[in-house]
Design a binder for this molecule. Structure first.
Ligand SMILES: Cc1cc2nc3c(=O)[nH]c(=O)nc-3n(C[C@H](O)[C@H](O)[C@H](O)COP(=O)(O)OP(=O)(O)OC[C@H]3O[C@@H](n4cnc5c(N)ncnc54)[C@H](O)[C@@H]3O)c2cc1C
Length: 393
């Protein structure tokens, strides 16, 4: 039986950051990082952006941190390995190869996976779910062979993938059940402007259309809508949301309906077991309420804090302001605060026509979120400060 002081399950940015957080305060404890993917933790966010478009992307450049960091810091890594069982009472994890690891403390960092819509043909060849380097490599290959692509979804990933594929000169359609893009985040006017922007860039926008299924014998031929239309496509990218990878702890208190519930310190109700990143359902000390974020900075920052707390030498609360960014065509959007509820009032400075604006979202008199388009990192930091100040934090 292998014994470890720290076991980290999941090698995304969250898992990698936990290792970094541990090593800041404990240079000696034994640490094992296990991940299903064969690649060391990498910049997942790039997969829908320049990685698709670059002629010859260098996989090594994607690593974060560089793979040598683990060796230099005496972190044992097991990439390409799945944890199949997690016994909370015995503090024991079983790997797919039958090995067991007994741990003192553990962190769940299994992230999320794409939602598969419950329709026919979701498993056909050329129907892609973009989550891993492998998916992105497959999409790149197919994008070189196929000319017509359907992107299903209207969220961040769908918009980014559609924009990248269009920039690669493919004939792109986008099907979204709502009437405007990014409807989960932005107001109708901004969303309408963005939808129009995609149309102007040559994407056929099928708004208010729902997916009925994918047709084809072995590979995709057509995409069907619920309204009865059939759109020929040689390739589809499905981006209908992400759900937490909680199978390992299913039917335990570590798996709730919205993610893995944790405290301010990112610890689950089981002492010594933490959960972070796309998995964690955490109390938001800045905006209030409880939330699960599926964004890069959140996973990275939670990882570092959970790692530090796991050593027992620190006790740090997670109190970052929610933040994410996105890129589509030549637009760069930064989103600071809580976008989960539509604003009752918007203060727009700048102009859509100039592609440069800042929109402040209010609930009543309270500032809740700031959307920045084509602004500098300094302005983004100022927006975070402004929001904290407005919330009295
Ligand atoms: C294409 C794409 C573009 C994105 N762009 C942006 C962006 O522009 N801005 C932004 O803020 N966010 C973006 N995101 C979201 C961001 O990448 C995620 O929020 C972040 O990667 C979450 O990190 P994580 O470590 O929590 O989980 P993940 O990155 O999902 O990593 C979890 C890892 O755990 C592994 N794992 C799962 N189960 C097991 C198991 N049982 N045993 C072992 N290993 C397991 C998984 O295989 C995976 O490698 C993007 C995501 C994608 C997919």
């Amino acid at each position: 039986m292998i014994q470890r002081d720290y076991l980290i399950i999941g090698g995304g940015i969250g898992g990698a950051s936990v290792c970094q957080g541990i090593r800041r305060y404990d240079k000696r404890g034994s640490v094992t990082l296990i991940s299903t993917e064969i690649f060391p933790p990498y910049k997942r966010w790039i997969l829908s952006k320049s990685f698709l478009r670059e002629k010859d992307p260098q996989l090594k450049k994607l690593q974060e941190p560089d793979e040598h960091w683990y060796q230099a810091n005496k972190i044992e890594t097991r990439f390409g390995t799945v944890v199949t069982q997690f016994n909370i009472d015995r503090r024991l994890a079983v790997l797919a190869n039958g090995e067991s690891i007994e741990f003192n403390k553990a962190c769940l960092a299994m992230g999320s996976r794409p939602v598969r819509p419950p329709v026919a043909g979701v498993g056909l060849g050329n129907v892609i779910y973009l989550r891993t380097i492998r998916d992105a490599l497959a999409l790149r290959e197919m994008a070189n062979l196929e000319k017509t692509v359907m992107v299903v979804g209207g969220g961040l990933l769908a918009c980014e993938a559609a924009a990248s594929l269009r920039m690669m000169k493919l004939k792109v359609s986008l099907m979204h059940r709502d009437s405007y893009l990014l409807n989960r985040y932005v107001d109708p006017e901004t969303g309408g402007w963005l939808t129009e922007y995609f149309t102007k860039h040559g994407i056929t926008m099928l708004m208010g259309e729902s997916l009925n299924g994918f047709e084809g014998k072995t590979i995709l031929r057509n995409v069907q809508t619920k309204s009865g239309d059939r759109h020929p496509a040689g390739l589809a990218v499905v981006a209908c949301g992400a759900e937490p990878n909680l199978d390992l702890v299913r039917n335990t208190p570590l798996a709730g309906p919205h993610g893995s519930p944790v405290t301010d310190y990112l610890e689950t109700e089981e002492k010594g077991i933490y959960a972070i990143g796309d998995l964690a359902f955490y109390p938001d000390r800045v905006m209030g309420g409880v939330r699960r974020q599926t964004h890069w900075d959140n996973a990275r920052d939670q990882g570092v804090i959970a790692g530090a707390n796991m050593t027992g030498k620190k006790r740090i609360r997670y109190e970052q302001i929610p933040y994410f960014w996105s890129e589509m065509f030549d637009l760069h959007l930064d989103c600071v605060g809580d976008f989960s509820v539509l604003p009752t009032r918007i203060d727009l400075r700048g102009a859509y026509a100039k592609k440069k604006f800042v929109a402040r979202y209010y609930q009543g008199e309270k500032l809740r979120a700031i959307l920045l388009c084509q602004q500098t990192p300094r302005e983004v930091e100022a927006a975070k400060k402004e929001l904290r100040h407005a919330l009295g934090k």
